[in-house]
Design a protein around this ligand. Structure first.
Ligand SMILES: [Zn+2]
Length: 95
């Protein structure tokens, strides 16, 4: 399944995470830029209990497949890869 961007849709993002507990998401600016594209696993402790996850400053790119996320990031930001990988939830870098 293709990656999904969530913008101004915290409920949608939370529902997606509940349905995809082994999925991944990229934390990006509302208008994604190549220098800020951080890969996380669903359930990352850095986002527990936080609001404003998908707006107005940020958006989230969700997928079960990191490769699908790389493709979506490439399409949207003209970059090849994530800017960094979260050190708290330590997602794998391929798959
Ligand atoms: Zn994380």
């Amino acid at each position: 399944m293709a990656a999904i961007w969530f913008r101004n849709n915290d409920d949608g993002f939370k529902n997606w995470c509940e349905a995809h507990s082994c999925g991944f998401f990229v934390n990006a600016h509302h208008k994604p830029v190549r220098k800020y594209l951080v890969l996380h696993k669903v359930g990352c402790p850095a986002f527990k209990g936080r609001g404003g996850l998908t707006g107005p400053q940020y958006s989230k790119l969700c997928s079960d497949s990191i490769d699908d996320q790389r493709s979506a990031v490439r399409r949207e930001t003209d970059t090849k890869d994530f800017s960094s990988i979260c050190k708290r939830c330590c997602p794998p870098t391929s798959g």
